[in-house]
Ligand binder design. Structure first.
Ligand code: ATP
Ligand code: MG
Ligand code: MG
Length: 553
């Protein structure tokens, strides 16, 4: 959107183009670790990185940051590609894996050791932590810090050859144990991990750490602006140190604020627990904040891109109201989704003065917000269903729906008047509402009579039965749920009513065979999408979002 003012990253890029820093090039990357499914926070990063490449006529790589074999899997590699494509972005022939660089990174590391800038350390993980010191206390040097280059080369080669057990040794950068930045106190560069890797199998038993592999990968790919979230701000000195120490192509790291959403947690660790412990049906459960969950819920790629544009890019963390995301899908579907009639909790209604056996095909416009969508016909007959909620025997004041003696309009049809009700003798429950209709009030006939209430309905003989799934937030709490909270027991914050399944809904015949992924507005009930669980016997719809917009502009 050219009307938007430049964000702080664009200001940096504009300046770099002006000074010719990278010969005017803009080259970004989206670097997911394939250890889970992408979520709405990743969408922000995808829109930002691919969006900048599009805006500046540059390039954006998709790079799998697969340096941690214990948590990664090809299932995730595949889902990530699907999700990025679905969001509408294209990496062309620029899909890479950090694991493709293992050999190169190893070679660079040999050079680093030869320069005296890295050493093999035999301290345990716990000892390394203790030696590191704290923010107020300087670190203590490892007793292995002053090994000779020859000794380090020999030990590192043996680490690679698999001569040492997991966890027994690491390679560390030799930087500064008294640095005020803890990340610079001789950080670990390589560790021994004896888990087969999803791509390199058991070719390697040493793996570079993220903070070390990332700048090298960026450098190898010729990335210009390496955009990451704010937590990495105090890792930037290590990013820069790595490139400088190796004396290779210098790219720059820029940090932006990650997306936090109310009622939502995005840490993959937490999302994985929800899946593995069965709180949701899978990564694509429609309540999940994953891209695949949002897709199954019925969100469009356009609505997610619009959301990412509206939230913008900032340098300090904040929490976005999830109502904005809901607003974006309503805005998108308003002109796209046909209006249809579906009754979620049916109540039988009989029009006693309507001829038995007669069926009228009524003309109904598909979308008053978009006349190009045309119209369809819907059958009308003597017996219909309305919503249970649209009838009250003893209504309060200002109840404009149906009650004994009251009149309402049936959408696209006639004005009806409630004459009497039939109740179940045992339970006292209302089983049928009996009405009369006024034949002179057919919609579109120019009838002058007006009534306040307009109800949706379906013809009982023509409607199809369907299942409808209504969703609420997974988390009760609407305050910020950041990564830190993931360590608390989230089970306490789960909403026990996040899913309501209605199995006796009645839908108008035009949508009986709608294909999975088709979206509709069920009049007065919200926007819905056909779920992939749908079958000819039992169509299944997910509610994407209700019609009530709580987003305060
Ligand atoms: P998580 O903490 O959810 O596991 P991650 O940052 O470890 O996420 P990666 O696969 O490493 O997951 O992330 C890939 C890219 O997406 C990174 O550049 C990261 O900065 C970005 N990203 C992840 N979460 C968010 C978020 N909530 N908002 C914006 N960008 C994000
Ligand atoms: Mg990560
Ligand atoms: Mg993570």
């Amino acid at each position: 959107n050219p009307a938007m003012p430049a964000n702080f990253i664009e200001i940096i890029i504009n300046e770099d183009i002006k000074t010719g820093k990278y010969g005017g090039r803009v080259h970004t990357r989206f670097p997911p670790e394939p250890n889970g499914y992408l979520h709405i926070g990743h969408a922000k990063s995808i829109c930002l990185n691919f969006g900048l490449a599009l805006k500046y006529g540059g390039k954006c790589n998709l790079r799998f940051d697969d340096t941690n074999p214990t948590k990664e899997d090809v299932e995730y590699v595949e889902s990530i590609q699907e999700d990025v494509k679905w969001l509408g972005f294209d990496w062309d022939d620029r899909m890479f894996y950090a694991s493709d660089y293992f050999e190169k990174i190893y070679e660079y590391t040999i050079e680093l050791i030869k320069k005296g800038k890295a050493y093999v350390c035999d301290l345990s993980a716990e000892e390394i932590r203790q030696y590191r010191g704290t923010l107020t206390e300087p670190g203590k040097e490892s007793p292995y810090r002053n090994r000779t280059v020859e000794e380090n080369l020999e030990l590192f080669e043996k680490m690679r050859a698999g001569e040492f057990p997991e966890g027994s040794r690491v390679l560390r950068a030799k930087i500064d144990m008294s640095s005020p930045n803890l990340n610079m106190r001789d950080p670990v560069l390589y560790r021994i991990v004896r888990t087969p890797h999803h791509r390199t199998g058991d070719r390697w038993c040493i793996y570079p750490m993220y903070d070390y592999a990332h700048p090298i990968s960026d450098s190898i790919e010729g990335v210009t602006h390496s955009i990451c979230t704010l937590e990495f701000e105090d890792h930037r000195p290590l990013y820069d140190w790595t490139l400088e120490a190796l004396d290779i192509y210098r790219c720059q790291q820029i940090e932006f604020a990650r997306l936090n959403l109310t009622n939502t947690i995005m840490s993959k660790r937490y999302l994985r627990r929800l899946v593995e412990e069965g709180y949701v049906s899978g990564w694509d459960d429609p309540r999940m904040p994953t891209i695949s969950g949002l897709r199954r819920r019925g969100f469009t790629p356009e609505s997610i891109r619009d959301f990412c544009e509206r939230i913008g890019v900032a340098k300090s963390n904040s929490t976005v109201d999830i109502a904005l995301l809901e607003h974006c899908i309503r805005e998108d579907l308003n002109t796209k989704a046909p209006r249809v009639m579906a009754v979620l909790k049916p109540l039988k209604l009989v029009i006693d003065n309507y001829p038995e056996g007669q069926v009228e095909e009524l003309v109904a416009e598909n979308n008053p917000e978009n006349p190009e969508m045309g119209s369809r016909t819907i059958p009308f007959s003597r017996e219909i269903y309305i919503e249970q909620d649209d009838f009250m025997e003893n209504p309060p004041k200002k109840y404009f729906r149906l009650s004994p003696g009251a009149e309402v309009r049936l959408k696209h049809a006639y004005i009806i008047k409630c004459e009497y009700v039939v109740k179940d003798e045992q339970t006292g429950e209302i089983t049928e509402v009996h009405c009369s209709y006024d034949p002179d009030t057919k919609s579109g006939s120019g009838s002058a009579r007006k009534v306040k209430g307009v109800l949706h309905w379906v013809s009982a003989a023509h409607a199809a039965k369907a299942e409808v799934r209504l969703y609420d937030y997974l988390l009760i709490d609407n305050k910020e749920q950041d990564d830190e909270d993931a360590s608390k027991d989230f089970v306490d914050t789960l909403n026990p009513h996040s899913l309501e399944i209605l199995t006796n809904c009645q839908i108008e015949p035009s949508i009986k065979t709608a294909q999975p992924g088709s979206r509709f507005q069920f009049m007065r009930n919200g926007y819905f999408v056909v779920d992939y669980d749908s079958s000819a016997q039992m169509p299944v719809f997910n509610r994407i979002v209700s019609l009530k917009d709580s987003w305060a502009k």
